[in-house]
Design a protein around this ligand. Structure first.
Ligand code: SAM
Length: 344
């Protein structure tokens, strides 16, 4: 049994997405934002992206403990039995109750208790723990603790390479939540979408790379790409912020994003055009099948809930031609989803 996490109001959309993707499986809503399911998929069968799932506990086991010390002892014992020797792992310990600081405090105590236990019995295991918030490496395991109450909850240990294999649905960020970065000098807050996509992809735009940014105005995505040292062809009907229009590494092209094609393939297609979802998806598929780019970050914007199932087309068409493919409603997204990845 797996446990999927999403914001409460996405629950019906997640269940519908599961029903379309896995019609033979029963999916049970535990409560809004928490869905239990048993998806087919082991190390040899990576799970496809789930747009409406923020996080997944791959193998949750119910735990109950009467004190932090006992909880930490039991957790340490469980980890020592399964974590591969000498390999890195990440730890997420999060409260799934209340909204105040009490739950956070309880989790902090449990983390500290676990550290104490491991220091005493298995320092080597403790040394292998990596800081949270980086894309999973194939040799990395993930331990998730989700407390339903101060003394009850779920422990899921996904042993390497499972977090990496199922990286489209298991997030390296606790609860799948990424704090929006702050950059007051960006032209708009839209830059957070691109930064979040880079984080999940585990790859950032790099110095010397080439980008086409479709629907670029006022220029936040172009701004991020320029900051990374890339050169950008920015396409929009409206100009970018003045400083970006003067930036030597930006070539502005005034015109229609849907009829613009680069002279030669670029490293990144960036696209945040406001358009009907089918138009943005067709643009992405056309570019991908014509191999006009290597990596892509494309938002698909919705007018209403009824359009969400259209995204299934991207899963069907892009999964086979990508080495990396994510399709997610990002923390920084409004009523839109983001497709990002790398072509094979
Ligand atoms: C959400 S904004 C893009 C924000 C941008 N990513 C940023 O970070 O600043 C969408 C942009 O798409 C542009 N747009 C919409 N339809 C377009 C089209 N057919 N061709 C070019 N640009 C278009 C709009 O002018 C608008 O600037």
């Amino acid at each position: 049994m797996h446990r999927l996490l999403c914001p409460a109001d996405w629950t019906p959309h997640l269940v519908q997405e599961l029903e379309r993707s896995f019609p033979a499986t029963v999916h049970q809503i535990v409560r809004p934002g928490r869905v239990e399911t048993a998806l087919p998929g082991g190390a040899g069968h990576p799970l496809p992206p789930l747009v409406f799932a923020r996080q997944m506990l791959l193998a949750p086991q119910f735990v109950e403990f009467s004190s932090i010390r006992l909880g930490a002892e039991r957790l340490a014992g469980q980890l020592m039995a399964v974590l591969p020797e000498g390999q890195p792992w990440q730890l997420h310990v999060e409260p799934d109750y209340g909204s105040g600081r009490a739950g956070q405090h309880r989790c902090q105590l449990l983390r500290e208790g676990l550290d104490e236990q491991l220091k005493r019995t298995r320092r080597q295991v403790l040394r292998q723990r990596r800081p949270v918030a980086a894309a999973f490496a194939p040799e990395e395991s993930l331990v998730q603790v989700l407390l339903d109450t101060p003394d009850r909850g779920w422990v899921s240990v996904a042993v390497a390479p499972l977090p990496y294999v199922h990286r489209r649905v298991i997030s390296p960020f606790p609860l799948g939540e990424i704090q929006p970065p702050i950059d007051k000098t960006a032209p708009s807050r839209a830059f957070a979408k691109l930064v979040e996509a880079e984080c999940r992809l585990g790859r950032s735009i790099a110095t010397g790379e080439t980008c086409v940014d479709l629907g670029a105005s006022p220029g936040s995505w172009t701004y991020v790409a320029v900051k990374r040292g890339a050169t950008v062809t920015a396409v929009d009907r409206s100009p970018l912020r003045v400083d970006l229009m003067r930036e030597p590494r930006v070539r502005f092209h005034a015109g229609d994003a849907f009829t613009f094609f680069p002279d030669k393939p670029v490293d990144w297609l960036l696209c945040d055009v406001i358009a009907a979802p089918e138009r943005s998806m067709k643009l992405l598929l056309d570019w991908a099948f014509a191999r006009r780019m290597r990596h892509f970050v494309v938002t698909v914007k919705f007018r209403g809930d009824a359009e969400y199932p259209q995204l299934d087309l991207l899963k069907q068409r892009l999964l086979p031609i990508c080495t990396e493919f994510f399709l997610s409603r990002l923390c920084a997204n409004k009523n839109e989803a983001c497709a990002f990845g790398t072509l094979r």
